[in-house]
Design a protein around this ligand. Structure first.
Ligand SMILES: Cc1ncc(COP(=O)(O)O)c(C=O)c1O
Length: 447
């Protein structure tokens, strides 16, 4: 491994860590005892003390092709030397068009246009704004309400936290957007615990959308946004038939269906996107993360045929959508993205994920009966391991597991008392064995 790192190379003394206000982190606790990553290659990180850490989370669900991939690194290096930046407002550069075309080839021909952003949060806000503007462009401007789902995570923009359903992400940020409703989440331990793949019970929860339509009237509702598999709030796999039912209700009432595929996109389920995996076609798809293998920040929003066209009736010289980012279609991000798509294709990583999924599933469910494990869930190369919370100390048990796994050379992620796993798709069976071997040891000994 080239990037060996080490304490001597990187001064990790807490005094130097003060200025960075870390995101989604217990800053004071972290800075007392930091965990710093200084290098990465393939399936591993290198910690600042020189230890190799097996990446059980693909960074933050993004490094699907593994770390330090030469093809991507080279593409970035070449592009930054050739065209470091060019504006995309009333100007263009070839690689953005090239990348958009390549991306649409990954999806069914239903999706014919791509809008570039820099993150999942921006993709979500873009999709919500597109939905509102689309209805208005078609003369249905009363359709202004947006519907999210409890336990949904759609990033941290005001749009995303408004339709999102994570209490701690919402409660201190004021009144958020107006005109939002939420359908219930689908997590049901009593009925579905230890399901392999999609649970049997809960398709009828989609009917809650009908209740909201009855309350507000369809003429006031623009869009529904859901994660096909909710990732960040603990790997909530949709019950069989649930997404199909949502689609039917949206069709019936002219409501746009948005799939937030920031996690499920780019092979995570063993198909290019969740829409393909489930055979349910939304109207808008939000993506980020795996689009560039996490190398350069980027996001993209895909729209279904007809949506772009609805904007194209304005007079020739008018801007059709007053929306965009300084870095929309950034040339270096596009180069990273093109090289990433090459790697996914050349190495057949989506197919590989599908092939490994049964082995992964067996490994996940081998933890059944382990102390404090109250549920195991899986789909594609994702797993959720739910632990019984310690009375009066929610989140502590899972966080202790996280700390101990890290000590033992495995990076996992926790949300509440749930452990979420999503390793790079280049993994092999030996990595799966290692992940679950380490984890079962840690859980066995955990208080
Ligand atoms: C489903 C989903 N949407 C949106 C986001 C936000 O993405 P970002 O952190 O890139 O803004 C995430 C991030 O985890 C996500 O999982």
């Amino acid at each position: 491994m080239s990037a060996t790192g080490g304490a001597a190379e990187f001064d990790a003394s807490p005094n130097n860590l003060e200025a960075f206000w870390m995101p989604f982190t217990a800053n004071r606790q972290f800075k007392e005892k930091p965990r710093l990553l200084v290098g990465a290659e393939d399936m591993h990180y290198v910690a600042h003390d020189g230890r190799r850490i097996l990446d059980g989370t693909a960074g933050l669900w993004c490094v699907n092709a593994g770390h330090g991939r030469k093809k991507i690194v080279e593409a970035v290096r070449a592009q930054v030397g050739k065209l470091d930046y060019a504006p995309a407002f009333q100007m263009g550069h070839p690689i953005a068009f090239q990348f958009a075309s390549r991306l649409t080839q990954l999806l069914s021909p239903d999706f014919d246009h791509v809008f570039f952003t820099n993150s999942g949060s921006e993709s979500v806000d873009t999709a919500l704004k597109m939905a509102l503007a689309y209805h208005r462009a078609r003369g249905e401007g009363t359709r202004q309400r947006l519907i999210g789902r409890e336990r949904g995570y759609h990033g941290v923009g005001f749009g995303g936290i408004s339709v999102g359903g994570v209490v701690s992400n919402r409660k201190v940020f004021g009144s958020l957007l107006n005109g939002i409703d939420h359908i219930p989440h689908t997590h049901n331990l009593a009925k579905n615990a230890f399901s392999r793949g999609q649970p049997e019970n809960g398709a009828e929860l989609a009917d809650e959308l009908e209740r909201i339509v009855t309350l507000h009237d369809a003429s006031n509702i623009a869009a529904v946004i859901v994660e096909p598999v909710a990732g960040s709030t603990g790997v909530l796999v949709p019950p069989k038939g649930y997404l199909q039912r949502l689609r039917q209700i949206c069709d019936k009432h002219g409501i746009l269906l948005i799939f937030d595929e920031v996690i499920t996109g780019f092979g995570r389920l063993g198909a290019s996107f969740a829409t393909e995996y489930f055979g349910v076609v939304p109207d808008i798809i939000t993506t980020a993360k795996g689009i560039t293998n996490g190398t350069i920040p980027m996001g993209a929003v895909f729209v279904r045929k007809g949506i772009y066209d609805a904007f194209m009736n304005a007079p020739d010289n008018t801007i059709e959508l007053f929306h965009g980012y300084t870095y929309s279609g950034h040339p270096v991000a596009c180069a990273a993205g093109l090289a990433t798509l090459d790697v996914y294709k050349e190495e057949g990583l989506f197919e590989r994920a599908a092939e490994l999924a049964p082995y992964w599933e067996d490994a996940v469910h081998s933890l059944k009966g382990t102390r404090n494990v109250i549920d195991l869930r899986n789909l594609g190369i994702i797993a959720g391991i739910e632990l019984e919370p310690i009375a009066g100390k929610p989140t502590k048990r899972a966080f202790d597991a996280f700390l101990q796994c890290y000590e033992k050379g495995l990076l996992i992620r926790t949300t509440g008392d749930i452990i979420a796993l999503s390793p790079p798709l280049i993994l092999g069976k030996s990595h799966i064995d290692e992940i679950f071997g380490t984890l079962s040891g840690v859980l066995r000994d955990l208080n």
